[in-house]
Design a protein around this ligand. Structure first.
Ligand code: BTN
Length: 323
């Protein structure tokens, strides 16, 4: 109902009477008043006078009712330990595909390789539950798919040059704008659910200890709407989803990456591989040509771009802190 009230208020810049609202929504004027109070408590600035109600300002908070036309099931929480944890619980209990858990802040935000993902106010932190009918072996393509879609959405909305670092970090000018973390559960060789967690530096303020991070606010010179960003990403993600496990993802990823044809160091909990990233295989493994000429494919790990000979680079990419 809050969404419907907002829809009515957003049709005009001036006042909407309680009478009109109650006729349009089939609610008593007292009920309308209660919903308006509820909206005010959640940060909406609404002028309430004898003539009616006027929406002055909406907060940039991804409440479920801010996504009215979508079939997505948005679960907004102000604060959570980690959207990954909550989404996993929900997926295990049968939450349908395209359920989204989104939080303003996380107290135990997690990054890849067991790192902490600092999740202060202003960033966009969410986990998307999907249930792709796909064999485990092809599931890694969905990681790549999510990353290229996110880079595409960011580029389209903000006219920036966001690119993908293997496997699925989003960088702008070698600085990290967003990170993706995927978790899944499978039965025999079929994926049961896959949870894609995304953290985007939007209007948050990374600390001086995170020199390798950049925010959309910094790139654009002003704060940007997290609601519009989430909405646009979800639209793009679902529109192209039939491609998510196809070979096309591999080709598209190669077009959006900044990792190929450059020296890299890939660190896994077991070892470190150095060489030139020459390609990815059909499941997204990074193929590295080592100094002795042999090719080694790594399927998981942290990739650090190394300096290209003769090119002065921002070394931030290799920074191990998140975001
Ligand atoms: C990385 O680059 O290491 C991946 C970062 C993923 C962070 C997101 S924020 C939303 C979701 N919840 C988490 O705890 N982590 C992911």
């Amino acid at each position: 109902m809050k969404g419907k009230i907002l829809e009515q208020l957003r049709k005009t810049d001036s006042v909407v009477s309680g009478e009109i609202l109650s006729a349009a929504l089939g609610l008593s004027r007292v009920s309308i008043w209660k919903h308006i109070q509820g909206l005010k408590e959640r940060g909406y600035e609404i002028d309430a006078t004898a003539r009616g109600y006027r929406l002055v300002k909406s907060p940039d908070i991804p409440y479920a009712w801010e996504f009215p036309e979508r079939c997505y099931r948005i679960h907004y929480v102000g604060q959570v330990d980690s959207t990954m944890k909550l989404a996993r619980k929900m997926a295990r209990k049968g939450a349908p595909a395209f359920t989204i858990v989104v939080a303003d802040t996380q107290t135990q935000g997690r990054g890849r390789m067991k790192r902490v993902w600092r999740s202060e106010k202003g960033g966009l932190y969410f986990t998307l539950i999907i249930r792709p009918a796909v064999a485990l072996i092809h599931s890694a393509r969905i990681n790549l798919y999510a990353a290229i879609i996110l880079a595409g959405t960011l580029n389209k909305m903000f006219s920036i040059d966001a690119r993908v670092k293997w496997p699925n970090d989003i960088l702008v000018q070698e600085k990290k704008l967003a990170g993706l973390l995927t978790e899944m559960e499978a039965e025999s060789d079929q994926v049961v659910f896959m949870n894609i967690g995304i953290g985007i530096n939007v209007n948050n303020n990374p600390t001086p200890h995170e020199p390798s991070a950049v925010t959309l606010k910094k790139l654009m010179g002003h704060p940007v709407s997290r609601i519009e960003l989430l909405s646009s990403f979800l639209d793009d993600f679902t529109a192209g989803f039939s491609m998510a496990t196809s070979h096309e993802v591999i080709d598209r990823w190669k077009q959006s990456t900044v990792t190929l044809n450059r020296p890299v160091e890939v660190v896994t909990p077991r070892d470190v591989t150095r060489g030139v990233a020459v390609d990815i295989d059909e499941n997204g493994g990074l193929m590295i040509q080592q100094p002795d000429g042999t090719i080694k494919t790594v399927v998981y790990g942290d990739c650090f771009h190394q300096e290209l000979p003769g090119v002065a680079m921002n070394t931030g990419t290799g920074h191990k802190c998140s975001p």
